[in-house]
Design a protein around this ligand. Structure first.
Ligand code: HEM
Length: 411
């Protein structure tokens, strides 16, 4: 009972540039504190970088809860236990085949191996021209669009999805936008969410079937279909995960990073004046915003584990707050300052260990192309609204981000 009183809910009140202040206060008394999960379970919250990295790299922690389902650290107000179960039941899938973000080794290992080579920096480099084309055509449309121009909806969302489609070798589908967009709304009806998730799944299955009957087709999806020991459900699950894991992370970071660049013009200009600095600038933006705030990172101890003198019992959950870990001053001196001169490499925004983000090379490349081409075309780009009027996504959405980002520039 005492434990219950000590445990607190996950701090979620994030500002545009900073994670919740409580993280830093909690870290002062140690990197692990008690955390009350939305279903009433008491577990642990990790706010430190070094410990967070160790936990994410430790395979004595599972990515699922004891029942095999993903663990929520913040529950949207429209999801109670009953509704969550209903969603799981309504979606006609068994075991989420191919959804590697909800699997432990050895099953995870086999699937991940199919994807990792195809998403390496070198493989992703092969679609650089396609990304350049996607960005160039969107910049052309932006150039003739009325101002203020909402970068979040008119640019970041479609570009991020088009890039994933280029990777997969499929055409963009509305169904892939809808379910994710609903999660960021305050007034969503649960049945709409269930329908949208099912539609997204059905649309991916249709794409997979079309690909199977198109022998000359290329892209990651065609490659996966060429692996004859993967069945259709597995390919659909893997492709669907790439869309869900990659879309709103990148589409939310694109506007946030742009805000940071437009309010730190030295780095905005450096993109073209010192292009050799671009990679460090992008990496610092990724650390600084750590967009996946309370997303997919909780783990469950598979056995009793002692870490730094703290006993974590088998079955207890630990949530590594990456946004907090990436602001740990022990790892990143003066962590609240955006400073591309520091070495941000090694941050945890892409996770760490066996589940470390498979899309990281794609995300880096996309961010670099977008910001560099924008700077070349619109050097005087400006935010057409006071920063304190930008509206953030609700605290329960997986990704940190702004609802809209109005921009203006001289023609
Ligand atoms: C800035 C953009 C992105 C961020 C911040 C990000 C963040 C993350 C994080 C933190 C994880 C690990 C979750 C965990 O350990 O529980 C992860 C996993 C993953 N991400 Fe990303 N991601 C981004 C973009 C992408 C993109 C563009 C794709 C694909 C198109 C992608 C695909 C994946 C996949 C497939 C996994 C699961 C890997 C596994 O379980 O082995 N991500 N991502």
């Amino acid at each position: 009972m005492t434990e219950r009183l000590e445990a607190r809910r996950l701090p979620t009140r994030r500002t545009l540039f900073h994670p919740p202040e409580e993280f830093a206060r909690l870290r002062e008394s140690g990197p692990l504190s008690r955390l009350a999960f939305p279903d009433g379970e008491i577990g642990w919250l990790c706010t430190g970088y070094e410990l967070g990295r160790r936990i994410l790299g430790d395979q004595r922690f599972s990515i699922t809860g004891p029942d095999g389902n993903a663990v929520l650290v913040v529950r949207p107000p429209f999801l109670d236990d009953e509704t969550t179960d209903a969603i799981e039941d309504d979606i006609e899938r068994d075991d989420h085949p191919g959804d590697i973000l909800s699997m432990d080794p050895p099953i995870h290992t086999g699937y991940r191996r199919r994807l990792s080579g195809r998403m390496s920096a070198r493989s992703v480099g092969r679609i650089a021209d396609a990304i350049e084309g996607i960005v160039a055509s969107r910049i052309d449309r932006m150039g003739s669009a009325p101002q203020p121009y909402d970068f979040a909806h008119s640019f970041a969302l479609p570009v991020s999805l088009d890039v994933i489609c280029a990777l997969l070798g499929v055409t963009e589908r509305d169904e892939w936008h809808t379910a994710l967009a609903l999660f960021e709304r305050d007034d969503v009806r649960v049945q709409d969410l269930v329908d949208a998730v099912q539609d997204r799944h059905d649309a991916m299955r249709e794409e997979v079937r079309n690909k199977r009957h198109d022998p000359g087709s290329s892209g990651l999806l065609a490659d996966l279909l060429g692996e004859h020991d993967l069945n259709e459900d597995e390919v659909v699950g893997m492709a669907e995960l790439l869309v869900t894991a990659g879309h709103h992370t990148t589409s939310n970071l694109l506007p946030l990073g742009l805000i940071a660049l437009l309010t730190n013009r030295r780095w905005w200009d450096a993109l073209v004046e010192h292009p050799e600095r671009a990679d460090d600038i992008i990496e610092e933006l990724i650390r600084y915003f750590s967009v996946l705030h309370h997303g997919a990172l909780p783990r469950t101890a598979l056995e009793d584990i002692e870490i730094d003198g703290v006993a974590i019992r088998a079955g207890e959950r630990v949530h590594v707050a990456v946004a907090a870990a990436n602001r740990d001053p022990e790892a990143f001196p003066d962590p609240d300052t955006l400073d591309p001169d520091r070495s941000a490499w090694g941050h945890l925004a892409f996770g760490y260990g066996i589940h470390q983000c498979l899309g990281q090379h794609l995300a880096r490349l996309e961010l670099k192309i977008v910001y560099t081409r924008l700077r070349e075309r619109f050097p005087d780009l400006r935010i057409a609204m006071p920063l304190d009027e930008l509206v953030l996504h609700p605290e329960y959405s997986d990704a940190h981000g702004v609802k809209e980002l109005p921009l203006e520039w001289d023609r």
